[in-house]
Write a protein that binds this ligand. Structure first.
Ligand SMILES: *[C@@H]1O[C@H](CO)[C@@H](O)[C@H](O)[C@H]1NC(C)=O
Length: 360
């Protein structure tokens, strides 16, 4: 046997052993929550695993680092712009300033769970961090089908609490959440429609609550249409916590969340942070041109400085962007030439000790 064929045989044996090791790991993790972590115990969904908990904490530290770096870069990039703090949103001047508003706010915080698309693929569907965590939550006894509701009333905060603002007759996201998450109940609000979209099957309607009111920065319950603030709605529903907040209200999101932050500024978590009582947010952000203020469109009252202050206050209260997708609907609609002024974000609350996403 020559030296080269000996070396080849050794190399071949090495490759085979390597493949066996990889294959075995794949196999043992076939049904796993985190398929690329071969050492996790297989019953982790039903039994809390301290190993998984530790892993999530590690991922959180990593995500915080990566997010912090992007916050520093945001600051540098803004300072370098001669118009700071009135940095224009659009258009891009590729040679001097090769970025738009959205490049300042990338989704740099990695969701430590799965991210799944829920609802339809186009406008109306949403991305969800930790869908399998929500799916694995047991339905409260009072919500199970064979239980007489009157004998065992459901407590306000039981199960997964979802709020949905801006329904616009498209409820594919809500329909899929109800179908896949047996513990979920959804409170929906929209002053421009009379009911949920047709996607929600009759069998799930008793887990939904709709009111024809708008989300506002002030309570105007008697006006037409009526407006409620988020804290008032929570109080009315006896909720102190929202697991998932979905919000698409055409530019009113800035004022609505400001009011929410005002209300919870003094609510501290055990670690002393001021945090929002919301686990995860799917939000569509709308921008005007930031120059021509138009009272018909609340979003046009926002310039770079206002947007950034609003965003960074949310970050101080625990919100971290885990997903973003520029909504090209307006850009591609007919022959109109429009800037991409509308973007979908998913935030998770990284400082929230009540979030089921961090309690495994
Ligand atoms: C909220 O709690 C109050 C006081 O316990 C109760 O009267 C009311 O019916 C509750 N409302 C809802 C929507 O559960």
């Amino acid at each position: 046997m020559s030296r080269t064929s000996g070396a080849r045989i050794i190399a071949a044996i090495f490759v085979v052993v390597f493949l066996i090791v990889i294959f075995r790991n794949e196999e043992s993790a076939g049904t796993a929550l985190l398929p690329y972590l071969p050492v996790l115990p297989s019953q982790r969904l039903s039994k809390p695993s301290s190993l998984l908990q530790a892993w999530i904490q590690d991922r959180t530290v990593l995500s915080e680092k990566s997010w912090k770096k992007s916050v520093e870069l945001r600051d540098q990039m803004a300072k370098q712009h001669p118009d700071n703090p009135k940095v224009p949103f659009f258009p891009t001047d590729f040679l001097r300033f090769p970025f738009t508003i959205w490049d300042f706010f990338p989704a740099t915080w990695t969701c430590p769970h799965d991210i799944q698309r829920v609802g339809r693929l186009g406008d109306g569907g949403k991305w969800v961090c930790g869908m399998n965590i929500y799916e694995g939550l047991p339905a409260p006894t009072a919500m199970q089908e064979n239980v007489e509701i009157r004998e065992a009333p459901i407590k306000a905060q039981e199960g997964l609490v979802i709020y949905s603002f801006g329904i616009n007759a498209e409820s594919s996201f809500e329909a899929e959440m109800l179908e896949r998450v047996p513990s979920a109940r959804i409170w929906g609000y929209d002053f421009s429609v009379d009911a949920w979209g047709p996607q929600i099957a009759a069998a799930y309607r008793d887990r939904t609550f709709f009111k024809k009111v708008g989300l506002g920065k002030e309570d105007k319950h008697e006006s037409s249409p009526p407006f409620w603030t988020l804290p008032s709605l929570m109080k009315e529903n006896n909720h102190t916590y929202i697991d998932i907040l979905k919000i698409d209200i055409e530019g009113s999101e800035y004022d609505a969340l400001d009011t929410m932050m005002d209300a919870f500024d003094n609510t501290r978590s055990a670690s002393g942070n001021s945090v929002l009582p919301i686990g995860q947010v799917m939000i569509e952000l709308h921008l005007g041109d930031g120059v021509h203020f138009d009272s018909r469109d609340a979003g046009s009252n926002v310039d770079f400085e206002r947007f950034r202050n609003w965003w960074e206050r949310l970050e101080r209260m625990g919100m971290r962007p885990v997903w973003m997708e520029i909504n090209l609907f307006a850009v591609t609609l007919g022959n109109s030439k429009s800037d991409p002024r509308c973007t979908e974000y998913v935030w998770v609350n990284a400082k929230d000790e009540r979030s089921v996403l961090w309690k495994l």
